[in-house]
Design a protein around this ligand. Structure first.
Ligand SMILES: Cc1cc2nc3c(=O)[nH]c(=O)nc-3n(C[C@H](O)[C@H](O)[C@H](O)COP(=O)(O)OP(=O)(O)OC[C@H]3O[C@@H](n4cnc5c(N)ncnc54)[C@H](O)[C@@H]3O)c2cc1C
Length: 119
């Protein structure tokens, strides 16, 4: 590699920047376009799960603390009953493998409980 060819997307002017290496940054956009209109997503495309909604409710409604304690509810439930989500597609903050794996376990347990209750 000797450099990169650049094109200004506003003016259309092309130039060359000398460089001995390049770092390609990936993993910053959740691959959830196919879920649009099916499951509730936030403005950046992350799947919204109940724990986030419950935490927001808890902040805005102090009188309901006991009733809406997020830890008492299924944490990984999406806007569609019986559909649970975990990992990077719901997590704009940590985006780490161990967090995704732990959440995967939570989603599996939430799904198992949901199936038992709706069988
Ligand atoms: C460059 C980079 C470096 C990283 N370094 C670290 C690190 O050092 N330590 C660390 O802990 N984490 C690191 N991470 C983050 C880690 O990779 C993620 O947190 C983790 O992989 C998330 O797991 P996941 O199962 O949620 O998602 P993913 O691993 O992205 O798995 C999603 C899976 O779903 C599949 N899929 C997507 N769409 C569909 C579809 N429509 N139908 C069926 N399957 C589909 C994909 O092919 C993929 O296999 C790094 C990430 C990147 C991008």
């Amino acid at each position: 590699m000797s450099g990169v060819r650049l094109k200004d997307t506003v003016t259309g002017i092309e130039s060359t920047l000398s460089a001995g290496g390049a770092f390609i940054a990936i993993g910053h956009k959740p691959n959830t376009d196919y879920l649009k209109g099916v499951i509730e997503l936030d403005a950046k495309g992350y799947v919204i799960i109940k724990s986030q909604q419950l935490t927001e409710k808890l902040k805005s409604d102090k009188s309901q603390d006991a009733e809406v304690n997020p830890m008492l509810k299924p944490q990984t439930e999406t806007s569609v009953p019986g559909v649970f989500a975990a990992g990077d597609c719901v997590d704009p903050r940590y985006r780490q493998a161990i967090v995704a794996a732990g959440m995967g376990c939570m989603a599996a347990m939430d799904a198992e409980k949901w199936l038992a209750e709706h069988a």
